[in-house]
Design a protein around this ligand. Sequence first.
Ligand code: SF4
Ligand code: FES
Length: 225
Amino acid sequence: MRVKILRQKAPDTDPYWEQFEYDGPMENSVAGVIDYLNYNDDIRTIDGKSTGRIIWDCACLQGVCGACAMVINGRPSLACETFLKNLKGKELVLQPLKKFPVIRDLSVDRSVIQDNLTKANVYIDSYQGADAREHGRQYLVAKCLKCGLCLEVCPNYVSGRSFYGAVFANDCYLVSGRNSDKSKKIGDIYNRYFAGGCSKALSCMEVCPMSIPTIASIAKMNSSR
Ligand code: SF4
Ligand code: FES
């Protein structure tokens, strides 16, 4: 199988494509393919040119850390949860997420996600307990990996602007439900950094690897405004 990877040597340098031949097991995930290509010290492109190891992020290899988010055959996905047998076509094309600064190759800097939550004060100051009626939904939302796939597909999210996307709206919902003293303040923050910018495209929900019901978080936040 041919593997095309958009590579970049350092931040703010020009990206370039390299192609590799993958002859490993077809049961592999995309993470497994990258590991396979990286296995030898002497890594060669399809033209026989010697090249360096492919840089990417991973920690858990089981869909719970969110580190391996990248664009796989045009779709933002987790590399460890995407299997070759489920891909269409004979080629595997890997690109870094486009909405975040590239550090190197497929590794990007997603610190903006946490920075936005911290800057907007979306965290629990004092835990007052979760509303029992909301508990099930809060449990689902708390599974967010902060992987950034929702921001990658969002037509309204642009880094540096004051719309912080689905990952932010979900945390607003969680914090306001568990820190009731702060819910009015979180409502104002939600209005400022989310409500006015969301066009309800909901592409965020299509790519979310944890199937987080963002629409329910939005509905809950909107109803408490
Ligand atoms: S809401 Fe889903 S897609 Fe967005 S950061 Fe959380 S887990 Fe990732
Ligand atoms: S390596 Fe943790 S989600 Fe893929």
